[in-house]
Design a binder for this molecule. Sequence first.
Ligand code: TXA
Ligand code: MG
Length: 354
Amino acid sequence: MTVVFKLDPQQPDSLILAKAAEILRRGGIVAFPTETVYGLGAVVFNEEAVKKIFWAKLRPPDNPLIIHICDVNMLNEVAVDIPDKARRLMEAFWPGPLTLILPRHPRVPKIVTSGLDTVAVRMPAHPVALGLIRETRAPIAAPSANLAGKPSPTSAEHVIRDLYNRIDAIIDAGETVHGVESTIIDILAEPPVLLRPGAYAVEDIEKVLGEKIAVPEFARGYREADIALAPGMKYRHYAPDTPLILVEPLSGSIESLKKTILTSALKYVKEGLKVCIVATRETASTYTSLPNSIILELGSRFNVFEIAKNLFKTLRSLDDLDCDVAVVEGVEERGLGLAVMNRLRKASKTVIKA
Ligand code: TXA
Ligand code: MG
């Protein structure tokens, strides 16, 4: 049985936080909200509990977990030899959606890091997540609280759908703020490397660092990652059951984007398939004339924050519509757009350029 606790995201009831923390301290696993997506947590030093996370999510053991801390003192329990560069980024961006790769403290079990000598650490900017870690009095290892391969959960309903009765408890504090996961930087590399684009734009992190961050092809969502560099990146992610066709706006022309989407969707309609078009507010009306099709709106093309926030929710809702195929409109790869395109490329079966 999974217990569901309801909490106010801004002023969480400390008695309920204490109850959830008690479940964690006794070796249980608890889903909780962060500012990005819901996480599925276990006390980082409890190997048996961490094993349950991999079991519940059906997560392959070579995909390491992110460790969540509530203050900088806690960092010393999980990492050693922290470089000055990392300190600067923590000061500027913590609490918040930035995950840093640091040398592993020997006390952190290898199951958490999939055998690596590094850890991925972040301090989430969410009163419930911070309160839960504080009450537990231990760092919490937590991947996103979805079944492996599915879009990450941005509400407790998503977690319930994937993991009900596979985990001990869920803390429901409503929808998350960002809707895409944290930005992961390998700060030990020279120059630092972006392992996963996320809710903080790389451009903003570079400003504080005062140097360029390398953006490998896999961070754009294109190619399988070098396993040693970015474990876990090789798996297909975020994919709804409905096959996705992503149309990338390469020329920068909205007209050509709309035309390519229409042509592609029409081809499927002619084959007798039911098509869903995942569009933006500015383009949605273009596709209304298409027969046997449904239109979903991600948000405004000019507000990529809104698109990121709605992304996983929209991908999940696709599967309730019973369509044979979905054609998705891509966005420009700037700022948060990089995180959105990374997720869409990984979720897609086919990528077409417009
Ligand atoms: O926003 C987030 O980051 C959310 C919330 C719950 O905090 N968490 C999240 O975790 O997205 P997850 O499991 O979906 O992604 C963790 C990823 C792994 O897939 C892996 O790529 C990377 O973090 N990672 C973890 N440890 C690493 C390490 N030592 N070296 C390189 N990458 C690592
Ligand atoms: Mg995940």
